[in-house]
Design a protein around this ligand. Structure first.
Ligand code: FES
Length: 176
């Protein structure tokens, strides 16, 4: 009986995913947790997912989602719901540069079709694809709240607006 308990404890310990969160991410998540009441640490779930996505070269996997749930003491399904609902989370590997093109109404009216066409031709990939050399991922997203600069896209953490083919070329030429 004692041995069974010890085996169960061992299994529980090995099932923990907390070791996947590195010290830097942990400190950053803790800063977000501190913004909320002590019994509301789950309010930091979106920030925690973003932090762990950055830690993991831009995408989340099941283990990291479960580690988030464990760290924030949430049911894993609740964290999966967040990670699969919002377009800023990736569940598969992405290129070194992720371009999120808005094709919602304002951007559409101001020429997002041309933006998408130019990007596809220049990068040689379609929406939702990653280039073979791993440099670029092209993604279609809903309104990013920057309609005043339509048509626009998000590249990494920056927004670029009033896009034209020439402007797009200038932006891409500055990338590694
Ligand atoms: S419609 Fe493109 S940012 Fe709002």
């Amino acid at each position: 009986m004692r041995r069974d308990r010890s085996m169960m404890a061992q299994h529980k310990k090995s099932a923990s995913k907390l070791h996947l969160i590195n010290d830097e991410s942990r400190a950053e998540i803790d800063r977000w947790i501190a913004k909320y009441p002590e019994d509301q640490k789950q309010s930091a779930v979106m920030a925690a997912l973003r932090i762990l996505q950055d830690q993991n070269k831009g995408y989340l996997n099941n283990d990291l989602i479960e580690a988030t749930a464990e760290y924030l003491e949430m049911p894993p399904i609740a964290v999966y719901e967040v990670a699969t609902f919002y377009s800023m989370y990736e569940l598969e590997p992405v290129g070194r540069h992720k371009i999120c093109v808005c094709t919602n109404i304002s951007c559409k009216l101001c020429g997002s079709d041309d933006v998408v066409k130019h990007l596809q031709e220049r990068l040689g990939i379609g929406l939702g694809e990653t280039s073979d050399d791993g440099r670029f991922t092209l993604k279609e997203v809903e309104c990013l709240g920057a309609c005043v600069d339509a048509p626009m896209f998000q590249l990494e953490d920056n927004y670029y607006g009033k896009l034209t083919p020439q402007r797009i070329d200038e932006i891409l030429e500055g990338l590694d």
